[in-house]
Design a protein around this ligand. Structure first.
Ligand SMILES: [Ca+2]
Ligand SMILES: [Ca+2]
Ligand SMILES: [Ca+2]
Ligand SMILES: [Ca+2]
Length: 126
């Protein structure tokens, strides 16, 4: 009898715990980083790489020249960095080409171009 009551209590407590933690730890993109501190809440980027340190992770930061828009000039920067590996000399707006490495694999390549085209036109997202 006591065990049954205890079990019921544990079940209720467990549900309560799930509700509380569910509210506190929302992780929409399921990258194991809570939305509250995720620098790209809508894009899975567990590395949280943010080359220009502007609070927006590389994965969702296609504004390489930091003019507030994700547009043609940014694409030109990506093209200027295309094929470059690691920190290497790029255009003035992304001198190390590290911002253009959107997927964070260490090289600016087709993956980043694809990533850019997904974000292009959508505008910058919070
Ligand atoms: Ca994220
Ligand atoms: Ca950034
Ligand atoms: Ca821009
Ligand atoms: Ca890359």
């Amino acid at each position: 009898m006591v065990t049954r009551k205890l079990r019921a209590l544990c079940l209720v407590l467990g549900m309560f715990h799930a509700q509380v933690t569910g509210a506190q730890e929302r992780d929409a993109d399921e990258d194991a980083i809570d939305d509250a501190i995720d620098n790209c809440p809508a894009v899975s980027n567990s590395s949280q790489l943010d080359a220009d340190d502007d609070g927006r992770g590389n994965a969702c930061d296609c504004d390489f020249n930091n003019d507030g828009a994700c547009a043609q000039p940014d694409y030109s920067i990506l093209l200027a960095c295309f094929g470059k590996e690691g920190p290497s000399l790029g255009p003035p707006d992304d001198p190390t080409c590290r911002e253009s490495d959107m997927d964070g694999d260490g090289v600016v390549g087709p993956g980043d171009q694809q990533w850019f085209s997904v974000l292009f036109g959508r505008g910058l997202q919070e």
